[in-house]
Design a protein around this ligand. Structure first.
Ligand code: GLV
Length: 394
């Protein structure tokens, strides 16, 4: 076992949430809070996790389930268990292994990785790092020409799907980022950075890794024609330039012959619209509570959308997944699979690729144990008969 794997082994790390304090200890506050925080009062951020407690299990006891089949087919590819790695912006700031390390861990575990537009590693390198499927999450940053170029690169590299995020008309109000000086730390003015430097200097191990990695990486997948890759900018500026409309989606469809996934659906109306616009799958998501605070938890929005979609496209969900039992509950409510974001990003921040691998291992073992305790032999056989939901959920 490598030194990094030992650092995240049991009993130090037993559940995914044990990775969070390790991430907090290694990262400067600004980077940790970017990963950990949400928008405004963080009501939706908290609710995403809490809502899983409202759903209870109905196990079938005294059933022998020596072997459980955890495999699931998502977007035409097989995954070893029903969780994919969600796009997480600025992963390379969390650890030099960054997006390539996360993709490598996903591939080794037999699942897929979705690369964010806000990424430091080149998409070709991320694709090559993984033995599994890699999808590209698209924001229209840098304008249409830059987007056209990255869509073509994603096609040539063999990305499995384009994931278009529709909930970023502007960036959500992430108060922690402002208080921590994220904008100043990522800006050009040395003077403006000074008040925020102590948090960086108090994390020498992170700082050494960051400097050896070349410092602030560029947004290497947002290449402005004639200018080169965009500089890394703070997230509010980035997302302000990232909005996607249904009109853009038609334009994207003409450029991308493959599967399109629409991420950020919270209502039946938007789900129907996404299907009409040709989506192969939708992701029920509130962007991890980072955009519009006060929207429902993703799990709570799921039943309305499952009813409206009525089996026409695959439904994925993200938001609040911290345990395998959460994954099972989402599938019982009609999701094909879930995306995990913070659950693996805490691991990445704590120990790079080894931390991601540990997070995936914990979730996978959880899923298998939960299936056995439920008396259910496979993911494919999960349905609402294995859970109870509050009467108000319908
Ligand atoms: C990027 O998409 C973010 O939510 O920070």
């Amino acid at each position: 076992m490598s030194r990094k794997s030992r650092a995240v082994a049991s009993p130090r790390v037993v559940s995914v949430m044990d990775l969070r304090p390790l991430a907090r200890r290694r990262l400067p506050k600004a980077v940790f809070d970017y990963l950990d925080g949400g928008a405004d009062g963080e009501v939706t951020l908290r609710e995403n996790c809490r809502v899983f407690d409202d759903v209870t299990f109905r196990p079938r006891h005294a059933v022998a389930v020596p072997e459980c089949d955890l495999r699931t087919r998502v977007l035409g590819f097989d995954v070893s268990f029903p969780a994919l790695l969600a796009p997480v912006g600025y992963s390379r700031l969390m650890h030099p292994d960054g997006e390539a390390g996360a993709a490598r861990a996903a591939g080794a575990a037999g699942t897929a990785y979705i690369l964010s537009t806000l990424s430091g590693h080149r998409l070709e390198d991320v694709k090559a790092a993984s033995s599994g499927p890699v999808c590209y999450q698209l924001y229209l940053m840098g304008g249409r020409e830059a987007s056209e170029a990255v869509i073509e690169r994603a096609r040539v590299a063999g990305c499995a799907a384009l994931v278009v995020t529709i909930d970023t008309a502007v960036a959500g109000m992430r108060e922690r980022d402002f208080r921590n000086g994220m904008k100043e730390l990522m800006g050009d003015s040395v003077l403006a950075k000074i008040p925020f430097l102590p948090q960086v200097l108090s994390r020498p191990a992170w700082l050494a890794g960051f400097l050896l990695d070349g410092g602030l990486s560029k947004l290497s997948n947002v290449v402005i024609p004639g200018k080169g890759p965009m500089e890394l900018i703070d997230v509010s500026a980035a997302l302000a330039a990232a909005a996607v409309t249904w009109n853009d989606l038609r334009w994207i469809r003409n450029l991308w012959p493959g599967l399109i996934v629409i991420k950020g659906v919270l209502t039946a109306d938007d789900a129907r619209r996404a299907i009409d616009e040709g989506a192969a799958a939708i992701v029920v998501s509130n962007h991890g509570g980072r955009q519009l605070d006060g929207v429902p938890a993703s799990l709570r929005a799921l039943p309305e959308i499952v009813a409206a979609v009525n089996g026409r496209v695959e439904i994925l969900m993200d938001g609040g997944i911290r345990r395998g039992a959460d994954i099972i509950k989402a599938i019982c409510l009609g999701a094909r699979a879930v995306l995990c974001g913070r659950a693996y990003a805490y691991g990445l921040a704590a120990a790079g690729q080894a931390g991601v691998a540990r997070a995936i291992q914990i979730l996978r073992t959880d899923v298998e144990r939960t299936l056995k305790l439920l008396g259910c032999p496979s993911i494919a056989m999960l349905d609402r008969s294995y859970i109870d939901v509050p009467a108000t959920w319908g």
